[in-house]
Design a protein around this ligand. Structure first.
Ligand SMILES: CCCCCCCCCCCCCCCC(=O)SCCNC(=O)CCNC(=O)[C@H](O)C(C)(C)COP(=O)(O)OP(=O)(O)OC[C@H]1O[C@@H](n2cnc3c(N)ncnc32)[C@H](O)[C@@H]1OP(=O)(O)O
Length: 156
């Protein structure tokens, strides 16, 4: 049985996000999964994601943290409610706040691993902490405050 990524369960009309939209051919299409109590995603930066030669652009790292974070928040909210992800009514989260510490230069040519921990979960707000590893070394740490998506943001 294949396990679907959190983002594969987003409805088509919410699949256009640059970081995680399954329908965005030019996007990053990040895929997140549960691994025990943590969430995990992997991403291999492409040449256009370069900062200085040999090193990954920090904005890309922030984008990965952003979308792994909002996906983790939605998955955690479903889990806390004892529901299958994707079931109705939908639990959707957007980014309210994102903080990233760049701990060490992130080398190109490596698959990055993002590991998320759910730090706080409330009905309307989820806080996720994410560490980004390259070759087993922590290169960045992010904290993301995710808040339920306002109805006004839902595409009509
Ligand atoms: C399978 C099915 C799943 C479906 C899954 C669909 C996925 C669906 C998304 C797909 C796409 C992905 C998305 C990618 C991530 C973006 O890129 S999202 C785009 C960037 N984000 C935005 O555009 C959001 C713009 N901002 C807003 O709309 C509103 O300010 C917000 C964030 C919704 C907050 O609304 P608000 O009315 O101010 O919230 P409010 O009720 O006052 O606060 C709620 C809680 O959040 C806290 N809070 C609010 N703002 C902040 C802040 N800036 N800093 C810290 N804390 C804050 C409040 O303190 C409060 O905390 P508590 O008191 O409860 O502890």
């Amino acid at each position: 049985m294949t396990t679907l990524a959190f983002q594969d369960l987003y409805p088509d009309e919410l699949g256009h996000c640059y970081g995680c939209g399954k329908n965005n051919d030019h996007g990053l299409q990040i895929k997140s999964f549960w691994e025990g109590k943590e969430t995990v995603a992997h991403f291999e930066p492409r040449p256009e994601h370069t900062a200085l030669p040999g090193y990954v652009y920090g904005g890309l790292i922030a984008s990965l943290i952003d979308c792994h974070g909002t996906g983790s928040a939605a998955a955690a909210a479903y889990k806390a409610n004892g529901r299958d992800m994707g079931s109705e009514p939908a639990l959707r989260f957007v980014t309210a706040n994102l903080n990233v510490d760049f701990l060490a230069p992130t080398p190109m040519g490596e698959t990055l691993e993002l590991r998320g921990k759910i730090k706080e979960i409330k009905e309307k707000k989820v806080i996720v902490e994410i560490t980004v590893f390259a070759k087993g070394k922590a290169c960045a740490k992010g904290s993301i405050v995710c808040v339920k998506m306002p109805a006004s943001m839902m595409p009509s």
